[in-house]
Design a protein around this ligand. Structure first.
Ligand code: C2E
Ligand code: CA
Ligand code: CA
Length: 741
């Protein structure tokens, strides 16, 4: 869990970091382009300003030039001439107009005597004009107001040959007005200075000094500007301000040594950029939020997926109990904490549960399992656990307070579950029988699987109707388990060394009063020392699958023997061989058996196969096909153990079988149970209608034999007629029978 969270945090911070880096890069690029665009615009503004100022100056000059021509031609006296200038002055941006003669006399529209200051001062201003130069003089202050002015001059000569200069005083504030067109949202402004930094328009005396005065940091920029102006160029400089930056574009005005300076504060660029950046940051923030939200959602979905998976993995779907794996790990903790003898492993088993599945469907089977599972869970006390092992088997860790206590608890649980599973589904006519196996845990370090195996080994088996529901794991069981392992280990060698023998139990033909065929039954000549009956080892090999190999061996041996007898002229009737239900799960089951017949060369009709009823119940489709193939090959099929389980007479009509074998339990009960007798009669008659012969097995007494004979049963197999015997003995029997014919 923590690992996942860490990974999640790492990946989100990496993504966020990358996004932030991208935004910074974007901001930088955006700032650069925005700045260069602003500077381009600044240059544009400057060009416009230059044009406007030049226009104004040119207009003023033109006006004066034309007036000068008029003055030169004028025949009037100077005072009258002066009066002519008055309307001109009023209609233009001039403070005053007038003319000054070379002898220092001045005539002004407002009658100001220009010589009031000093004659030299006056002549300083007007000398260029009197000397015949048309010019724009700067650097002087208004004689009356003291603010900076520009004096436009145009020379003329009077009729008397007197050199004069026409002049117009122009307040520099008008330039300012011209330049005050709003730029950069009112934050841009302009100055006009002379090359040495002196102001023409501006709120300083000398700009260079003023800027340098603002801080030493401005010196390089001022220096750059000075050099640019000296070489008559335009350019940008960047200056520091108390608030931030200023960008200045300087450009020659081509009027005297004037330069127009257009200024824009850095904040304008930043403001521009800031709006966009604010948008970008906002979007980024939203993106990150969205990403985090989505990742969160994905994580949430992922977590719930894992949780679901965990649930499915740790819980049994059918019963809702913990999974067996979970049970094992929890049980281990519980047991090792508690110590010796505190707990017992108790396993529960539902007897013949497969019939519920077979007869009523898996849904009903699952229902029974869930009722049982819930019942076991409810019976648990604090510190106890339960789970389903598989199929119809359950395991529980119960507190152990002595043998009798645990037995009565297990029995109580069983009783409760049995009634509950049955009563919960009225109308279903089946009985739920459960057994329990108990293993008292003495070594807490033992593997839980082993404890479960031992408890399972203590399950009691139903022995002909009587059942002790609760068994304890004890030495006998342990010995049996040891013996089982021994058998399994020795199996291969036993096969190779021919320890498995075929015994033959003759079948007796009731009508013909003679033996007719036999059943092949396996015997294990254990280590060639003792003869072991199949009841001991068949269940072991059925549980581990080795039975398939053994059955094939038995079939091959039987075929060989029958073929040998026939070849030797001994007329043996068909010998039947048992087949375990496990064969049906083998893909090549039928082929293998047909191959054996072909290999041994025995006639197909000389052997037959015995399948138990449960085999017939399972996998009807597969089974039917297999049986048809055997029948086509001429091999007869016998239904074994009929009447031992949930017999279905209906099967007789659908399955291709040749003979029905009544189970020993029916035979045993037949003599003193009239209902069984009635049932047997109807089975026999039904079988006859389908052309199926009937054989009874386990017949031990004359009484049984006689009864069965009257019922019309075709064959009898049992100790009453003959016990299973070795091959040579059976051979002798047949020979004798033939001889007595
Ligand atoms: P099964 O197929 O029902 O065979 C009949 C069993 O009843 C045989 O026991 C036989 O000896 C026994 N029996 C016959 N007549 C009487 C009688 O009058 N009274 C009593 N009490 N028993 C009688 P066996 O040979 O011990 O075989 C036991 C079971 O082992 C067989 O029951 C069969 O299910 C299985 N089995 C035997 N051989 C094989 C085999 O080669 N393959 C497979 N798959 N199972 C086999
Ligand atoms: Ca049999
Ligand atoms: Ca049988």
């Amino acid at each position: 869990m923590w690992k996942g969270k860490k990974k999640f945090l790492l990946s989100s911070s990496i993504t966020t970091g990358v996004i932030i880096l991208l935004v910074i890069l974007f901001s930088f690029i955006f700032f650069r382009t925005s700045k260069s665009r602003t500077l381009d615009f600044l240059m544009e503004v400057s060009n416009q300003g230059v044009k406007l100022i030049q226009q104004e100056v040119k207009q003023n000059q033109m006006l004066l030039r034309n007036l000068a021509i008029f003055m030169e031609e004028g025949k009037e006296d100077p005072a009258a001439l002066r009066e002519k200038l008055v309307p001109v002055e009023e209609n233009n941006h001039f403070r005053r107009m007038g003319f000054v003669t070379e002898d220092g006399t001045s005539y002004t529209t407002d009658h100001t005597d220009l010589s009031f200051a000093s004659e030299t001062q006056m002549m300083e201003r007007f000398r260029p004009g009197i000397e015949g130069r048309e010019c724009v003089v700067d650097g002087f202050e208004d004689l009356e107001l003291g603010d900076p002015v520009t004096i436009y001059q145009a020379p003329f000569t009077t009729g008397e040959g007197m050199k004069c200069t026409l002049f117009a005083t122009y307040g520099n504030e008008y330039y300012q007005e011209i330049l005050s067109v709003s730029t950069f949202g009112g934050e841009g402004y302009s100055y006009i200075i002379k090359e040495n930094g002196d102001r023409v328009v501006g709120d300083f005396d000398n700009l260079f000094r003023a800027l340098e005065g603002e801080g030493a940091g401005n010196r390089p920029a001022v220096q750059q500007m000075r050099q640019g102006m000296e070489s008559h160029q335009s350019g940008y400089v960047k200056l520091k301000d108390d608030g931030g930056m200023r960008y200045i574009y300087y450009q020659p005005l081509e009027i005297n040594d004037w330069y127009l300076l257009s200024v824009v504060p850095g904040s304008v660029i930043r403001k521009d950029v800031n709006i966009i950046l604010a948008l970008a940051y906002g979007m980024t923030f939203l993106c990150i939020c969205l990403m985090l939200y989505l990742t969160g959602r994905v994580r949430g979905a992922e977590n719930s997926y894992w949780k679901k998976l965990e649930d499915t993995a740790l819980k049994d779907r059918v019963t809702g109990l913990p999974s067996f794996e979970r049970f094992k790990s929890d049980a281990k903790d519980l047991i090792s904490e508690a110590g010796n003898g505190t707990y017992a492993m108790v396993c529960f088993n539902i007897l013949m549960f497969q019939y519920v599945n077979e007869l009523y469907g898996y849904k009903e089977g699952d229902r029974v399992l869930s009722v049982v599972g819930a019942g076991i869970r409810e019976s648990l006390k604090d510190g106890e656990l339960a789970a389903r092992i598989n199929a119809d088997r359950f395991a529980a860790i119960l507190r152990y307070d002595g043998r009798e206590e645990i037995r009565s608890r297990a029995m109580d649980i069983i009783e409760k579950l049995e009634t509950r599973a049955e009563s919960s589904r009225p109308g279903m006519e089946y009985e739920i029988i459960m057994t329990a196996g108990v293993y008292v845990i003495e070594d807490p370090d033992e593997v839980v699987d082993k404890m479960v195996d031992r408890a399972k080994a203590a399950f009691t088996k139903e022995i002909r109707g009587t059942l002790e529901n609760c068994g304890f794991y004890d030495n006998a069981i342990r010995d049996r388990a040891v013996r089982q392992r021994e058998m399994e280990n020795h199996f291969e060698a036993a096969m190779a060394q021919g320890e498995f023998l075929v015994y033959y139990q003759p079948k007796y033909d009731v009508k013909e009063k003679r033996f007719h065929g036999a059943e092949a039954l396996v015997r294990w000549n254990w280590q060639k020392e003792s003869m072991m009956p199949p009841g001991e080892f068949i269940p072991v090999f059925e549980s581990n699958g080795m039975i398939v190999q053994l059955d094939e061996y038995m079939f091959r041996e039987t075929c060989r023997q029958v073929k040998a007898w026939l070849d030797a002229g001994i007329p043996v009737d068909p010998v039947s061989v048992n087949i375990s239900r496990l064969h049906l799960y083998q893909k090549n089951f039928v082929d293998t058996y047909l191959d054996i017949i072909r290999e041994t060369g025995v006639p197909a009709k000389a052997v037959s196969l015995e399948l138990t009823e449960t085999v017939l119940f399972h996998n009807e489709g597969i089974l039917n096909e297999a049986l048809e193939r055997f029948r086509d090959a001429g091999i007869q099929i016998l239904m074994d153990d009929f009447g031992s389980g949930y017999s279905s007479i209906q099967l007789l009509s659908v399955m291709p079988i040749d003979m029905l074998k009544l189970d020993k339990s029916l035979v045993d009960n037949s003599t003193d149970n009239l209902r069984i007798q009635a049932a047997l009669r109807s089975v026999v008659s039904l079988a006859r209608t389908f052309g199926i012969d009937v054989i009874a097995e386990g017949v031990e007494t004359k009484e049984q034999y006689d009864l069965l004979e009257t019922m019309g049963i075709n064959y009898i197999q049992g100790y009453y007629c003959a016990k299973p015997m070795a091959g040579d003995e059976y051979e002798r029997l047949i020979r004798e029978q033939e001889a007595s014919k």
